[in-house]
Write a protein that binds this ligand. Structure first.
Ligand code: PEP
Length: 263
């Protein structure tokens, strides 16, 4: 398995530039010990510059954004242009996070952002996920619709440049015990790939990266990575505590070794 990611979504933390810089420096030290995993740090937009500077040029570290405008310039109060992100050296952007969908971001806007990101060579990390699970399996329809709409109008040759982050809303912001089980995650990963295959081909679907997000901590990272058939994680609260982030990286790396042995 290549291209394994641990994406840290710092959300609205920390609230001081100096703290953001120090957090980036601490995570840089930690991440350099686990070279098989690429750590993508997504700080609040005002700190992207200082965090990017602290990371420097290390192969398994990258800068990302928590959101991105679908327009490169113009009258868009509060938006962040892909050109600004590129200028700061950001190579990833989280798109369609459930916290933004909740504020009214539509599938249509998310699709525009994905296409813009691709145009500017920024890898979109597209969040999908159901609010709750129902016994009839209607939640699968929600995921299907989110994927279909995200890929609308995207050339098939570009599918592999998109990363889907499966983040069931019910599992976000809790603790490892409330996250998905590896078995359930495996089934979702399969479902996501089948859905993509239905819109393109099995080969394309197999080449796409799927991440999991929702209460990933050191405690559950190993089992989820080993059994979940994912290419890594989108991590919220554990990404702003260097020791917990290290524990995630350490457990992912150990799980990767076990998977490689099985191959
Ligand atoms: C998130 O909100 O993207 C997330 C994964 O958060 P947490 O890890 O805190 O559940």
């Amino acid at each position: 398995m290549t291209n394994i990611l641990a994406v840290g979504n710092w959300k609205m933390n920390p609230v001081k530039k100096k703290d953001a810089e120090n957090l980036a420096k601490d995570i840089k030290k930690v991440a350099q010990k686990y070279k098989k995993v690429t750590a993508v740090l997504c700080p609040p937009a005002p700190y992207a510059d200082v965090v990017g500077g602290a990371l420097g040029r290390v192969k398994n570290l990258a800068l990302g954004a928590q959101d991105m405008s679908w327009q490169e310039k113009g009258s868009r109060t509060g938006h962040v242009s892909p050109l600004m992100l590129k200028d700061l050296g950001a190579t990833y952007a989280i798109i369609g996070h459930s916290e933004l969908r909740e504020l009214g971001e539509t599938d249509e806007v998310i699709n525009k952002k994905i296409r813009t990101a691709l145009l500017y060579g920024i890898t979109p990390i597209v969040c999908i996920g159901e609010r709750e699970r129902d016994e009839n399996g209607f939640y699968l329809g929600v995921i299907h619709k989110q994927i279909e709409s995200a890929l609308q109008g995207v050339l098939k040759k570009d599918f592999s440049s998109i990363i889907f982050a499966y983040e069931p809303i019910w599992a976000i912001g809790k603790s490892a015990r409330d996250a998905m089980t590896p078995h359930d995650l495996y089934e979702m990963s399969l479902y996501i790939k089948k859905t993509i295959a239905g819109l393109s081909s099995k080969t394309i679907a197999m080449n796409m990266r799927v991440l999991y997000g929702g209460s990933v901590e050191g405690e559950n990272a190993g089992a989820l990575f080993e059994g979940g058939d994912v290419n890594g994680f989108l991590i919220g609260h554990a990404s702003i505590v260097p020791s917990e982030f290290e524990s995630v990286l350490e457990n992912m790396t150990a799980a990767l070794k076990r998977l490689e042995k099985k191959e």
